[in-house]
Design a protein around this ligand. Structure first.
Ligand code: ZN
Length: 136
């Protein structure tokens, strides 16, 4: 097993509305959805750019991971998300390889996905998200 394509790149922003306009200008397409993820205290928007997506994330709570990230490092690239076919298998494989999983069980993320994050201290400082499409 291995990861597949880069599903999306997550970018932390201060003002989603303003950034939506900026990225619409940059990419030439408007966001195709906006979604609030209560468990993560974020509001997200998604742009489709070919096979990959751009996810913008604005904090909806002062204590959220996104507001802490922006406080420390400013706006910018927050995470890279890889698509996987079977998130449980990949989580087990990565844990055996010594990566630190930030959640032990897959959780429901934005855009109809099951997700798991890997701690950046085990991945050269890059927050990695694994995501698997939820099939209905
Ligand atoms: Zn993401």
């Amino acid at each position: 097993m291995a990861v597949k394509n880069i599903e999306h790149i997550g970018i932390a922003v201060k003002q989603l509305k303003e950034s939506n306009l900026l990225f619409e200008k940059l990419l030439g397409v408007p966001p195709y959805k906006e979604e609030s993820v209560a468990s993560e205290n974020v509001i997200t928007s998604f742009f489709k750019t070919g096979e990959t997506k751009i996810e913008l994330l604005e904090s909806s709570h002062a204590d959220s991971a996104i507001s802490k990230f922006i406080e420390k490092r400013g706006e910018g690239i927050h995470h890279i998300a890889f698509e996987v076919d079977d998130i449980i298998t990949e989580m087990n494989r990565m844990e055996k390889e010594g990566f630190i999983l930030l959640n032990k069980e897959p959780k429901k993320g934005a855009d109809n996905k099951l997700v798991c994050f890997l701690h950046p201290k085990s991945t050269n400082g890059v927050l990695i998200e694994l995501c698997q499409e939820i099939k209905n």
